[in-house]
Write a protein that binds this ligand. Structure first.
Ligand code: AMP
Ligand code: MG
Length: 339
């Protein structure tokens, strides 16, 4: 029997509601984005207020887009963490209420696992069976190189300071570009000649704070913004590709997955694909509409958890449906994994 899941994503500045089927079809993927005030980063309480305000309308739009009635929902899923406490609680509360009202189970999803699983699903839809990819997961809040080992996604490399998306957004904010900064920097970088900037890789870890400081200084000292953006991208992305390649070599992996909001960057995707080709590996980049935080990836991963006995039955929801701000990816069960 085909089952239908509605998933709610609310870990940070984006609110998403998606609908997926157990056959891997995405029926809806609606979202609303909170924009911080000019010159400021995300204000968690304001973001949470935005999410509460937008959630009822978004739920309705998602059901509409999917062409289903609430009674057809078999499962509700939500982001349990990691994320910002006030934002997580909005999504979890709504998901709990919905599951209890519909008398269906609830699946608590690890946000990082969901970014990987949506990538494996879109790879499969392109005819690539990614059983155990080395994944470069790059977003506003995370930068990690992940691979399956003994039923968990283990962290083989990560940033020692800022996540790459946060670094790009901070650079953009400081030089007066709109939020989110990543797409703006990509647009400008296309018209620039990369300037040289500090490159920091330690084993399979990366560090972006020195790069950020040097890029801001170069801009202050009068370098063309286009050239600084090009240098920032080339340097940051080369670092990320280097550590991904090192992890792939160590693990003997021949599948490489690029996911998370920064995966929408064409230059990064191109560099990952080139590296994979040189290694004789297959690469897949999650499509742009599923790259950033979204509800569809939560719905799909919820279905995987449910299929493997990790959903919460209605009578246990009030006790067990919690959030965890620091829910590490290697603490989340991946019982469908074979690595
Ligand atoms: P997520 O946290 O997964 O929703 O991803 C959001 C992050 O992705 C933000 O830091 C954005 O600046 C970044 N991002 C979105 N599109 C692009 C792009 N085309 N190039 C680089 N970064 C991007
Ligand atoms: Mg994310």
């Amino acid at each position: 029997m085909v089952e239908i899941c509605i998933g709610i994503e609310s870990t940070a500045e984006k609110l998403g509601v998606g609908v997926a089927t157990s056959e891997g079809e995405i029926l809806a993927n609606e979202r609303a984005q909170y924009t911080p005030p000019p010159g400021s980063g995300i204000l968690p309480r304001e973001a949470a207020e935005h999410h509460s305000r937008e959630l009822p309308g978004l739920l309705e739009r998602a059901l509409d887009r999917a062409g289903i009635d609430p009674e057809e929902i078999d499962l509700v899923a939500y982001s349990k963490g990691p994320g910002l406490g006030p934002c997580l609680r909005v999504g979890a509360t709504a998901a709990r209420t919905l599951a209890l009202a519909l008398e269906v189970p609830l699946a608590p999803v690890n946000h990082c696992v969901a970014h990987v699983e949506i990538g494996r699903l879109t790879a499969r839809n392109e005819g690539l069976e990614f059983d155990n990819p080395v994944t470069l997961y790059v977003s506003g809040g995370n930068t990690q190189v992940l691979a399956l080992k003994a039923g968990r996604y283990r962290v083989f490399g990560e940033t020692l300071d800022l996540p790459v998306g946060n670094m790009l957004d901070t650079f953009a904010r400081e030089v007066g570009l709109p939020h989110p900064g990543g797409p703006e920097i990509e647009r400008l970088a296309r018209k620039g000649d990369p300037i040289e900037l500090p490159y920091t890789v330690r084993g399979t870890d990366v560090s972006f704070s020195g790069l950020l400081t040097a890029a801001l200084r170069a801009h202050e000292e009068g370098a063309r913004l286009e050239d600084v953006c090009a240098g920032l991208q080339e340097t940051a992305f080369s670092m990320l590709v280097e550590v991904t390649e090192r992890a792939a070599a160590q693990l003997g992996a021949d599948e490489i997955l690029l996911t998370g909001g920064v995966a929408a960057n064409r230059r990064l995707s191109e560099m990952i694909h080139t590296m994979a080709e040189e290694r004789g590996a297959e690469a897949h980049t999650v499509p742009p509409d599923l790259a950033g935080d979204n509800g569809a990836m939560i719905a799909w991963t919820g279905l995987l958890l449910h299929r493997h006995g990790h959903s919460i039955p209605p009578e246990e929801i009030p006790k067990r449906a919690t959030v965890r701000q620091r829910y590490r990816v290697d603490e989340a069960p991946v019982p469908w994994g074979r690595g």
